[in-house]
Design a protein around this ligand. Structure first.
Ligand code: CP
Length: 310
């Protein structure tokens, strides 16, 4: 069954079958990333361009590795040394890149909707690597892959998402994805960081961490995104961590075999206590490992029948 899409812009537009297809395909690619020689000819002759207008460690690196492991050529545009600083628009920048025959453009931008502008204006496949506070679809896909790998399923699980829900594109993509896949989702945080009417997305809202994570199978902790907050949403960072930092003691409210996730970068001691960094419940680095396989699957599926996995 093909994905039948030119672009990956958001989880909201994917069906549960699409999500399952991507996760199932990523399972095969994870096997490739575990080999001594981690390379297949799947995207040989294709060109992938990383166009990141915002900082990134995990997403940009894993898209580059994913493309290289499928034998594509990869170009990383450093926006700070490109003609963007001379005032070139987003679409002009992308059109000029496409004129050099790109096949896939991966974009991260601070403006929600920026990937849509490119998808409409370009023939290349466009992948959203995070747009403002809107969505981060490949992060949610790698999170769902990791949960399914650890728990064997998504359907029927209880997933608690804790922190700055308002500014988190990761939370939004995970809420769309996990609810489509049959998980029960709870969001937990200070009232000032929970969007109004978020319940309409099919989630339960809690303001107390211990109550919110009660009996959860999965606890996803979010980064406090000080750079996206135009004003202060809580008195100070210590006040926040006293109420919402996940400690070993607080984790006891979740199921005994609950896993702890975080999209990174982690502010240790603010969102998660350092004592949990080496704990068997914490799967943050496994999420990063899985990100490469999931991004290989996404690029392979968007390339359609032109690509051959092996
Ligand atoms: N999870 C994530 O998007 O991390 P980066 O900002 O490092 O890409």
């Amino acid at each position: 069954m093909p994905l039948n899409k030119k672009d990956l812009l958001e989880i909201q537009e994917l069906s549960s079958d699409d999500i399952k297809l991507i996760i199932d395909t990523a399972v095969s690619f994870k096997e490739v990333t575990g080999r001594d020689i981690k390379k297949v000819p799947t995207l040989r002759g294709k060109t992938v361009v990383n166009l990141f207008y915002e900082p990134s460690t995990r997403t940009r690196t894993s898209f580059e590795l994913a493309a290289k492991r499928m034998s594509a050529d990869v170009i990383n545009i450093a926006v700070s040394t490109s003609s963007v600083v001379k005032g070139e628009t987003l679409l002009d920048t992308a059109r000029n890149i496409e004129a050099m025959r790109s096949d896939i453009i991966v974009i991260r931008h601070s403006a929600a909707g920026a990937p849509y502008i490119l998808a409409k204006g370009l023939k290349s496949s466009v992948i959203n690597a995070g747009d403002g506070c809107h969505e981060h679809p490949t992060q949610a896909l790698l999170d769902m892959f990791t949960i399914r790998e650890k728990k064997g399923r998504l359907d029927g699980l209880t997933v608690a998402i804790v922190g700055d829900i308002t500014h988190s594109r990761v939370a939004r993509s995970n809420i769309y994805g996990l609810t489509k896949m049959g998980a029960k989702v709870k969001v937990i945080g200070p009232a000032t960081l929970i969007p109004l009417e978020v319940e309409r997305l099919g989630v339960d809202v809690h303001y107390n961490l211990n109550e919110g994570i009660k009996d959860a199978d999965v606890v996803i902790m979010l980064r406090v995104q000080l750079e996206r907050q135009g004003k202060t949403y809580f008195p100070d960072i210590r006040e926040y961590s006293m109420q919402y930092c996940l400690t070993k003691e607080r984790l006891r409210f979740a199921k005994e075999d609950a896993i702890v996730m975080h999209p990174g970068p982690v502010n240790w001691g603010v969102e998660i206590s350092p004592e949990l960094s080496e704990d068997k419940s914490t799967v943050i680095l496994e999420q990063v490992t899985n990100g490469v396989a999931v991004r290989m699957a996404v690029m392979y599926l968007l390339s359609g029948e032109k690509a051959t996995a092996s």
